[in-house]
Design a protein around this ligand. Sequence first.
Ligand code: NAG
Ligand code: NAG
Ligand code: NAG
Ligand code: NAG
Ligand code: NAG
Ligand code: NAG
Ligand code: NAG
Length: 566
Amino acid sequence: MGQRRLFLRLLVALLCCVASRSHSLQLTNCNVSELSTLNNVESLTSLSLLHCNLPQVRANLFQGYAQLLRLELSHCSLTDLAKSALNGLQRLRRLSLAHNNISEIKSWSEETLAGLSALDASHNRIVQLAALSFAAYPQLQELNLGHNLITKLEPDAFHGLQHLKQLQLQENRLQQIDGKCFHGLPRLHSLALQHNQINHVAVAAFESNTHLRSLRLEFNQVSNMQFLQDPGLSRLVLLNLSRNALSNLAPLTFSQNVELQYLDLSFNQLRQLDNDSFIGLDLLEHINVSHNNVDEIHGDCLEPLSTLQQLDLGYNQLSSLPDQLFQTTTQLRSIDLTHNKLEKLPLHLLSQLIHLNRLNLAENRLDNAAWLQHLAAALNRLALRIDLSSNHIRSLNLSSLALFEHVYLADNRWDCMWLTRNMLRTPPATLSFDRSWPMLSAWSEDLMNVRGIDCFDGEQNRSIVLLDVGIARQQQSKSCNCEVNGDDISPLTPPLTWPKIRTDRFDSRSVIIWMLVAIALAFSGLRWGQRFMDRKEVTKKLQKANDEQANKVDEEAQRLRNGRER
Ligand SMILES: *[C@@H]1O[C@H](CO)[C@@H](O)[C@H](O)[C@H]1NC(C)=O
Ligand SMILES: *[C@@H]1O[C@H](CO)[C@@H](O)[C@H](O)[C@H]1NC(C)=O
Ligand SMILES: *[C@@H]1O[C@H](CO)[C@@H](O)[C@H](O)[C@H]1NC(C)=O
Ligand SMILES: *[C@@H]1O[C@H](CO)[C@@H](O)[C@H](O)[C@H]1NC(C)=O
Ligand SMILES: *[C@@H]1O[C@H](CO)[C@@H](O)[C@H](O)[C@H]1NC(C)=O
Ligand SMILES: *[C@@H]1O[C@H](CO)[C@@H](O)[C@H](O)[C@H]1NC(C)=O
Ligand SMILES: *[C@@H]1O[C@H](CO)[C@@H](O)[C@H](O)[C@H]1NC(C)=O
């Protein structure tokens, strides 16, 4: 039975194979003479030649391939494609010449390739694009010229590509975008110019590209954003200017880009966000200004962004925030202010935000979190994650923090007295105070990570390590080659090499106290676990008994029914 099914499956696979063979063909490591011996090429719809040795393609090489829809010649060291190399491929839709040595785009067919909709010439050695380079391919919709050596786009280089939607020019050597480079591309939807050396974009560069939705300019040297004032860019949805040379945002920079939803300005040198910097961005949802030098934000700066959901201002120089910053951005879900110099937050800063679910304030200088008492009443606190790690907080109202999904509190300046008192009451599991302490142990070569909390006594530094003895023992029995049995180790003397902990004025008494606390916790956890397991066992037994009983009753009923029928 099984054998027959296997045979059938094999047969089907074979048939499929044969069927597809007659339509598509892939050859690797081939050469021209092999190519010219192929027969039945007239029925082929797809031909892939990968890693073949084809430095030149002579005229009419593909003359017989009347049905071909897809042709790929990649990694073939292709350098010279004759003027009529693609003659006869009237139905061709997709052509890939990626990863070769082509230096020029030409008309590779005497008749226009009227069906060609996608051309991939990426990873070649194209240096320049002359005017009307693509005149022979008027139906192109996708054009990939990425990873070439293009330094200049002649005016009207893409002229005639009425249907082009996607143009990729990333990873080239472009320096300027002139006024007429992208002329005659009325349907252009997305334009990729990232990873070039663009330092100037002409004011009217995108005048005729009125359908442009995505413009990627990251990793360039753009310092002036005047080109954004072009009415041609009024339908832009995504603008990426990450890693450029922007140093200021002129007033009304984005006033024409009214449909923008994603704006990335990260990794620039912006210093200031003014009241009129973002006017016009009525539909913006995500803005990233991280990794700049912003040290001043004016109160009404975010006021126009009433649909903003995600704000990233991490890695800047902010030392304070204006009271009314988030007054109108009531849709905000995520705020990132990591790695600034914030010393305190206005008490009512977040009181309008009812959708907030991520708040990252790590690596600042906050010494309190009083503003947490003033969040919006309608906010779902159980869905909010707050990161307050690496700040200067000495103590907190822990009962007010228990309501959140999670609060990260590691690496603050905890007051030892306060910490001790609160740790004895076992803080809720949604708070994490501890961080990892890499240390060497006597039984293993590997660094062991012990979780610990540090705290400070007055101005003197002091670290306290809270040992999770359970984990330490587990790790030991796992990596131990010695004959020592886990039970033989006294829990009071964990074999750790203490000097590896970076501490000063080490207080061994408090360490022992903490260890005792930890051990007590571990044991009570174990006991509780055992009790839980026992209870579960009993429940399971009861269940089983019940089931058996039920089965018996069923059988009884069945028997009775059968009897009656008879
Ligand atoms: C093409 O490849 C075949 C088989 O690998 C080989 O016999 C033949 O000599 C090659 N022809 C050329 C022109 O390199
Ligand atoms: C590509 O062309 C360059 C010079 O034009 C040559 O040095 C290089 O070897 C060629 N690469 C391949 C893979 O043919
Ligand atoms: C902008 O480009 C950078 C680098 O390629 C990328 O990491 C980031 O996600 C992009 N931003 C947007 C909004 O797409
Ligand atoms: C902002 O950009 C930085 C750097 O590219 C990135 O790490 C971060 O995730 C981005 N933030 C958002 C909200 O996309
Ligand atoms: C920005 O707006 C705030 C709030 O309306 C105002 O107090 C401040 O003076 C404005 N700043 C500038 C530079 O106009
Ligand atoms: C701590 O927070 C709780 C809950 O928000 C509040 O009822 C209590 O008054 C606060 N205690 C102090 C000392 O602020
Ligand atoms: C004491 O703590 C301060 C602030 O955390 C730190 O800058 C300093 O290096 C610490 N001193 C020692 C000896 O660790």
